[in-house]
Ligand binder design. Structure first.
Ligand code: SAH
Length: 194
């Protein structure tokens, strides 16, 4: 596989990701929010993630900047990256189906919010973040550049570690013992591990 093909695959994953979000975005706009933990902090976290998973790699794919940080493409890594991207898109789609109208791009509780604990939410409580980690992994494996490749891990890492505990606190405040029990029987992002 050549570096150009790897870049095209990364672009196709980005496009598929965008398309998969069209319907959930429309549906979430139609469902009123009853509580929101949005604020400057959430804005900064979302910007970091967008920068690392979107803007930095997109600039690299479009302009080849920063060229000085290139390294030779290693085909086996590109194949692994493609597999990670496919797994990510499958999981991303499943999480949106399972969350339904409860989904938000930030920390919100919606009208008639229900606690989802089945489907891909049966073994981990943040499977959408698992999908984001898979996309960040796909990016580092597909883009042979020391800046554009790891940017997704850094950007999404900032969002994940800056948000996940607050999200769980918000869910405990909303669902109490039901969420605590759910936490006891699930992992955060990797089944049985973390
Ligand atoms: N952290 C989850 C969801 C990300 S979307 C995941 O990675 O899969 C963020 C929104 O999902 C938050 O606003 C929160 O209200 C909602 N949410 C998180 N976990 C949920 C669950 N188990 N059931 C219903 N809504 C949930």
């Amino acid at each position: 596989m050549t570096a150009t093909i790897s870049k095209i695959i990364w672009l196709a994953f980005g496009l598929a990701w965008f398309v998969l979000r069209l319907r959930p975005r429309r549906r979430s706009r139609a469902t009123p929010v009853r509580y929101s933990a949005r604020g400057v902090r959430e804005f900064v976290l979302l910007a970091a993630s967008l920068m690392g998973l979107g803007i930095v790699p997109a600039v690299y794919v479009a302009t080849h900047f920063p060229r000085f940080a290139d390294y030779p493409e290693i085909p086996v890594l590109s194949y692994l990256g493609t597999a990670a991207g496919v797994a990510c898109l499958w999981l991303f789609h499943r999480t949106h189906s399972d969350l339904g109208h409860n989904w938000s791009v930030s920390l919100d509780l919606r009208e008639r919010h229900t606690l989802v604990t089945t489907g891909v939410y049966g073994s981990v409580r943040h499977p959408m973040y698992s999908a984001f980690w898979l996309m960040a992994l796909a990016q580092v494996l597909l883009l042979p550049n020391w800046v554009a490749g790891p940017a997704g891990l850094v950007g999404f890492g900032i969002l994940f570690f800056g948000r996940v505990a607050r999200e769980e606190e918000m869910m405990i405040a909303a669902f109490g013992e039901e969420y605590r029990a759910y936490m006891r029987r699930t992992a955060r992002v990797v089944p049985w591990l973390y």
